[in-house]
Design a protein around this ligand. Structure first.
Ligand code: GLN
Length: 352
């Protein structure tokens, strides 16, 4: 009979190595990375790094720690994502607080952040100067014919098999940085969730202003907690709102605006992994039949603000429809599509 971990609390004392062994064994059924999961969960409760765990001694685990570890394993056995169990997720080299009210930051969103950093640096913002993962080419202005999309990874209009970001870290493209560092703008992140996008941007770009908007009060609480933890209260303003509807920027001055968004873009009928489907907020994932309900609503609102650039995280199958929508709303803008590390078109960019 299958026993939940919480039901097998042994009366015997356990040391670190023993509890780690039990955790690894238990997690083998549910996780593709049971050892890693076990080390993260045990380390989380014992407040030890993975290195400290691996070289760990035979020190005894207290009853309370044992109970807490077994409780987390029990939850993991029901497919709850590790990030919710530890309330922590790394994104863009930074550690964020997360809970079930926000989407867990994904590695593919790194690309969006990286593109915005690059854009701002090239426009003359001052920043840290080195992009974490390195892209292949700097932005190029290519006049587009109707129906054409500039594909960033190949530096041209005809995509090749070469994956984006295939260079190693030593081959990063140097940034073409404007001399005066006078670039100023307001970056508005719509559907900000944990706040990982504006926070990562604010940690890498100096002197810019940021705003994070979300419809969910509970998500805004998470974003607030992260903004405070990074000491960015003065740089990032949070607002509750339905996308950009009724957004009042009268106190913001006449700054240029950049819009970023990782809105829900999953088709309603999509089959998601069980851990995602059962635990992550559906409000942050699903967006109608073709996954584009939110972007269809956002783009006309965005158009009224005349932003200098828009960066949207998307599903690769949405490129064509988004391009059609954009041609009507933003005829003067250039379109760029940037691939993620797996070679999928992931960021849709509109540049004025
Ligand atoms: N990339 C996410 C997923 O497939 C979706 C994120 C989103 O809808 N914004 O799980």
């Amino acid at each position: 009979m299958f026993l939940l971990c919480s039901e097998i609390i042994t009366p015997f004392k356990l040391n670190l190595k023993e509890i780690l062994k039990i955790a690894k064994k238990k997690l083998q059924g549910v996780s593709q990375t049971p050892f890693l999961d076990a080390e993260i969960l045990v380390g989380h409760i014992l407040k030890l790094s993975r290195t400290e765990l691996v070289v760990g001694d035979d020190s005894e685990v207290t009853e309370k720690q044992k109970k807490d570890i077994l409780n987390l394993i029990g939850r993991r056995l029901k497919n709850e994502p590790i990030a919710y169990l530890t309330n922590q997720k790394s994104f863009y080299g930074l550690d964020f607080y997360v809970n079930e009210n926000v989407l867990i930051p994904r590695p593919e969103t790194d690309i969006l952040v990286e593109e915005v950093v690059r854009f701002c640096m090239e426009a003359g913002a001052s920043g840290v100067g080195v992009l974490p993962s390195g892209s292949l080419v700097t932005s190029k202005k290519v006049p587009l014919e109707k129906g054409e999309v500039f594909c960033k990874d190949t530096g041209g209009l005809k995509p090749q098999a070469l994956p984006f970001n295939s260079l190693n870290s030593n081959q990063k493209t140097p940034l073409r940085k404007a001399q005066d560092n006078t670039f100023k703008c307001l970056i508005i992140d719509v559907g900000t969730g944990s706040g990982c996008i504006p926070i990562s941007l604010a940690m890498n770009l100096k002197n810019l202003n940021f705003m994070g908007i979300d419809l969910s009060e509970k998500a805004l609480e998470v974003a607030k907690k992260n903004i405070e933890a990074f000491g960015l209260k003065d740089k990032i303003e949070l607002r509750k709102g339905d996308l950009l509807e009724g957004l009042d920027l009268s106190l913001q001055g006449n700054e240029e605006i950049i819009i970023t968004a990782n809105l829900p873009y999953v088709e309603d009928s999509a089959e998601l992994e069980i851990g995602v489907k059962d635990y992550e907020p559906h409000l942050a994932l699903f967006s109608g039949e073709d996954g584009l309900n939110h972007y269809r609503k956002l783009l006309p609102q965005a158009e009224k603000m005349k932003p200098i650039a828009i960066f949207l995280e998307i599903d690769p199958r949405q490129v064509e429809i988004l391009q059609e929508i954009s041609q009507g709303l933003f005829p003067e803008y250039e379109v760029e599509v940037v691939k993620d590390l797996t070679g999928k078109e992931r960021v849709f960019v509109l540049l004025k």
